[in-house]
Design a protein around this ligand. Structure first.
Ligand code: TA6
Length: 300
């Protein structure tokens, strides 16, 4: 590419580039390039596996050991959790939306060079035990990464009850130099202590062992301060009452077949959603919209 073309491509306003290709494991994938960033979305699970601003390290962690097989969860990126959170007898953890193929509905390149991709979960047998619903997902790629999960109860008479969450794996340089800010004062269920209810007392939460906490009625925004990288990751959320914080640490990392033994050092999950007592119930015809905007800034 000639220099002037390269420069024009970097100026806001150059059209976004959207490419459809076979990704890892020959799974269909959408590759997106904007004037500010690149992103990748696999149709399996409508899974955002990559987002990176120019001149920055990737925002998202993706395990070197992740599977890329039909029907298997991808380890890393941003799994979509629906219609249940956590384990369920005889079924995969975190619902079926993340392991099924989604349909691409449309992609809309904007004049400023950003692009929005809309995907839909087709009807699958796994949904048979739920009232009829529509599940759509909109991913907007620009200098930030904006996500919206839209659930509509299509039943004429039944309530639709579900849990939902984004499950982003954020990339960090070294977990020992990371603090998570924004959950102080919130009540949480501590999974590593038999789901005992506790209150968060730390303004900046540091992680030095397995952490698996479901913060309830936690509607506030959260920041991840990465002192080694000098980066602040900001998670602004709307219509989300719960936030889960997870790092597997050493023992759990060794138990996960699709996760490297030492990869716990380079990731933290901060998961905006509506789970546990914050789960959602929609009346017939009602819709919900879980929104999150992910951005980065220098950590000053
Ligand atoms: O979000 C926290 C959590 O529920 C942890 O308990 C751990 O199981 C993590 O999700 C990963 O779940 P997965 O099903 O992707 O292995």
């Amino acid at each position: 590419m000639a220099k002037n073309q390269a420069e024009s491509a970097k100026q806001p306003g150059a059209p976004a580039k959207v490419t459809f290709l076979e990704g890892r494991g020959e799974l269909p994938m959408i590759e997106i390039t904007t004037p500010w960033s690149t992103a990748e979305i696999y149709l399996q699970g409508a899974h955002v596996t990559h987002f990176m601003k120019q001149h920055e390290p990737p925002l998202l962690f993706l395990s070197q050991c992740s599977r890329f097989e039909e029907g298997q969860p991808i380890r890393g990126g941003i799994p979509i959790i629906f219609p249940w959170f956590g384990p369920r007898e005889g079924m995969g953890a975190h619902g079926f939306a993340r392991v099924k193929a989604w349909e691409l509905r449309e992609f809309v390149p904007e004049p400023d060079g950003s692009v929005s991709v809309r995907l839909r979960l087709p009807d699958y047998p796994e949904a048979a035990t739920y009232p009829p619903f529509e599940l759509e997902y909109v991913v907007k790629v620009s200098q930030q990464l904006s996500l919206e999960l839209i659930v509509t109860n299509k039943s004429p008479e039944d309530r639709l009850e579900f849990e939902e969450s984004f499950h982003p794996y954020f990339a960090v340089d070294d977990i020992s130099a990371v603090s998570v800010v924004g959950l102080e004062g919130c009540t949480y269920l501590d999974r590593v202590a038999d789901f005992v209810r506790k209150v968060e007392t730390e303004r900046g939460i540091r992680i030095s062992s397995e952490v698996d906490r479901t913060y309830l009625n936690a509607t506030g925004n959260v920041e991840i301060h990465d002192a080694r990288l000098g980066r602040l990751i900001r998670m602004e959320k709307a219509n989300s009452a719960s936030t889960v914080l997870w790092n597997p640490w050493i023992a759990k990392a060794q138990q996960l077949p699709d996760f490297g033994n030492d990869e716990y050092c380079n990731m933290v999950c901060v998961e905006p959603g509506n789970v546990a007592s914050n789960k959602i119930a929609l009346h017939p015809g009602e819709s919900s919209s879980l929104k999150v905007k992910l951005s980065t800034a220098p950590l000053t």
